[in-house]
Design a protein around this ligand. Structure first.
Ligand SMILES: CC(C)(COP(=O)(O)OP(=O)(O)OC[C@H]1O[C@@H](n2cnc3c(N)ncnc32)[C@H](O)[C@@H]1OP(=O)(O)O)[C@@H](O)C(=O)NCCC(=O)NCCS
Length: 368
């Protein structure tokens, strides 16, 4: 049973909700981002829905949970709560920030404060879940000192009946709860460009171009995995922001800067954070080959990698007969290392040799 405390968290105050919050709750909930990520809420959201929420809030306190209105300088900025502590000592935290207050550290401050408060009041473990595409909530969890623990596949039903994966986080008693800083920052201003190509994080909106490119016979002949279905590619494109934010991968769309057309894809995979090493992979859609697009894209990506990330080694792997790819890598400064015999799966079921390429951070000599 949590006490009905008022909790102070930096500039924020958390207090039990009152009927005076009704209108502010409507404003926070009758919003497209809220509707997208909290599909159990009514949409449109009315004053009647807010009054129901305030009634349920009282029941939540009575059942051993906690629900708060978050204010800053007296103004409503959101709501947050904790589930009753279960028989194993576990509770979970949830939050919603009013549109006008987003991006100002409310969710991360509140998640940290409520986790500390729950751990001080008998909980041994505090859980938090965010949809794999809810980058603001994922970032808030990392900033609040939660550790990423796993994925609940199709753990959430969306408003249209489809399902999405949930990333699970936890904080346990005795942990320092340090904020996790991202290994890969996002591109400054959202993209990199040289005026001819534009590089941005790939997302669900690129799925059609991505699938068409992956279905091209030349791309398929060099692909490591069999072709996917549309839902496979939607799922993959939903994950890319989370992969980036969690330092697992960087997935980038290459667009024609003049028209915005999908031109291709470049990625950093096999990220070994301990070694500060990653592997580059790429493909262009057929209509954009032979124009120097991949050379430009790689030059932009490599410059960003060595200026803005901790990576010091970039590797690449190509089939031995992929001359166009060899030329792209040579022009970007990569040097040929060695042959990995029989590494790459072929469409006919056999295996082919792979050439490994390497590019070191410009401050590292070949021998250092
Ligand atoms: C998710 C939500 C609670 C976040 O609240 P918030 O107060 O804006 O969160 P914070 O300001 O503490 O942190 C947000 C972080 O995400 C980052 N962020 C936001 N949108 C992002 C995006 N599209 N891509 C990458 N980062 C993003 C912000 O830059 C900030 O990080 P920074 O401080 O390092 O710059 C708020 O967006 C919201 O209420 N959404 C609707 C309901 C919801 O999703 N609830 C949570 C369900 S799990």
């Amino acid at each position: 049973m949590f006490p009905r405390d008022v909790i102070s968290a930096g500039p924020l105050l958390l207090r039990p909700p009152t009927d005076d919050d009704t209108q502010a709750v409507v404003q926070a909930c009758d919003d497209p981002v809220t509707a997208r990520f909290l599909p159990f809420l009514a949409s449109p959201y009315t004053a009647e829905d807010a009054r129901d929420y305030l009634r349920v809030t009282e029941e939540k306190w009575a059942k051993g949970g906690a629900e708060f209105t978050i204010t800053r300088e007296g103004r409503f900025v959101g709501s947050a709560g904790l589930q009753p502590i279960d028989r194993y000592g576990t509770t979970s935290v949830g939050y919603l920030v009013a549109p006008h207050a987003r991006g100002t550290g409310v969710a991360s401050t509140v998640a940290r404060a409520l986790a500390d408060w729950a751990l001080d009041h008998g909980a041994a473990r505090v859980e938090l879940e965010a949809e794999v595409s809810n980058l603001a909530s994922l970032r808030a969890a990392y900033k609040a000192g939660f550790r990423q623990e796993g994925i609940r596949r199709e753990g959430k039903r969306l408003r249209d009946g489809s399902r999405n994966d949930q990333v699970t986080f936890g904080r346990v008693a005795g942990e320092p709860g340090e904020a996790a800083e991202p290994y890969f920052p996002f591109f400054p201003g959202g993209h990199l460009t040289d005026g001819v190509v534009r590089l941005s994080p790939i997302g669900e909106e690129h799925v059609e171009g991505f699938q068409a490119m992956m279905d091209d016979p030349v791309v398929r002949s060099y692909a490591l995995a069999p072709p996917g279905s549309l839902p496979d590619y939607v799922r993959r494109c939903r994950y890319t922001g989370f992969w980036w934010m969690s330092g697992q991968r960087v997935e980038v769309v290459i667009e024609d800067a003049a028209t915005g057309a999908f031109a291709g894809h470049v990625q950093l995979v096999n990220v070994a954070q301990m070694l500060h090493q990653a592997m580059v992979g790429y493909s262009l859609a057929p209509g954009f080959r032979g124009k120097g697009f991949m050379g430009r894209a790689l030059a932009l990506l490599v410059e960003w990698v060595f200026a803005a990330t901790p990576l010091r080694r970039l590797t690449a792997g190509t089939a031995v007969d992929n001359t166009a790819s060899h030329r792209v890598l040579e022009r970007a400064g990569f040097t040929r290392q060695h042959i990995h015999r029989q590494l790459l799966p072929r469409l006919d079921g056999g295996w082919s040799d792979d050439v490994e390429w390497l590019l070191l951070h410009p401050k590292l000599g070949e021998k250092s």
